[in-house]
Design a protein around this ligand. Structure first.
Ligand code: OGA
Ligand code: MN
Length: 199
């Protein structure tokens, strides 16, 4: 896994970087197919946390359906897992992030306005999630589908299209972000890396 100098620099100065064509079209399509099949199997659960009997307020905050992946050597999703592992090692070496284990989530936004409002993945000092890496698997994405990842950097916010084979990496404590309302199904695979000090 080769990291580019400008990516390491961007992570330090802006708190994120974006790489398109991360794994190549063939691998990306295979990941899409497997992620799509997993989502269609009905095994995903609403990500919104239930609050009593009424969870409508929560889907207004976060409308995706998720599951957690495990390493599956030999499969397309297993290949992505390996790529996330290599990414974490490369970033630990190049950016001195001291990353340890990671979790991988598959998230499916069904469209119909499903979104995830502005948030951070971790809060400074809690030393839980250090780094977020999101890989998108949407081969036919168009602007009308919505679901851009809005990154609240210091300048004007940046909207990243969730197109096939795009990787976004950011510091979990630092960058606020948001999933804009989706108007078509949207698949994302996210790795959260923890610090080495966390078991
Ligand atoms: C998250 C999240 C962004 C995306 O799951 O915490 O911010 O683009 N996802 O799916
Ligand atoms: Mn997030």
């Amino acid at each position: 896994m080769d990291l580019r100098d400008e990516e390491i620099e961007a992570l330090g100065t802006q708190g994120f970087f974006v790489r398109t064509a991360f794994l190549g079209e063939e691998q990306a399509r295979a990941i899409h197919a497997q992620a799509q099949a997993r989502a269609a199997s009905g095994g995903l659960r609403p990500a919104a946390i239930r609050r009593g009997a009424d969870r409508s307020e929560d889907t207004a905050v976060r409308g995706d359906f998720i599951t957690w992946l495990s390493p599956e050597p030999g499969s397309a999703l297993g290949g992505l897992w390996e790529a996330f592992a290599a990414l974490g090692e490369a970033l630990s070496r190049a950016a001195y992030l001291g990353l340890g284990r990671f979790d991988v989530q598959l998230a499916h936004y069904p469209g119909g306005g499903a979104r995830y409002v502005r948030h951070r993945d971790a809060f400074p000092g809690q030393s839980n999630r250090r780094l977020t890496a999101i890989y998108y698997a949407n081969p036919d994405w168009r602007p009308a589908h919505g679901g851009q990842l809005r990154l609240y950097r210091e300048e004007a916010p940046l909207d990243v299209p969730p197109t096939l084979d795009t990787l976004v990496v950011f510091l979990s404590e630092r960058l606020e972000h948001e999933v804009m309302p989706t108007h078509a199904p949207r698949l994302a695979l996210t790795a959260w890396y923890y610090g080495r000090d966390v078991a």
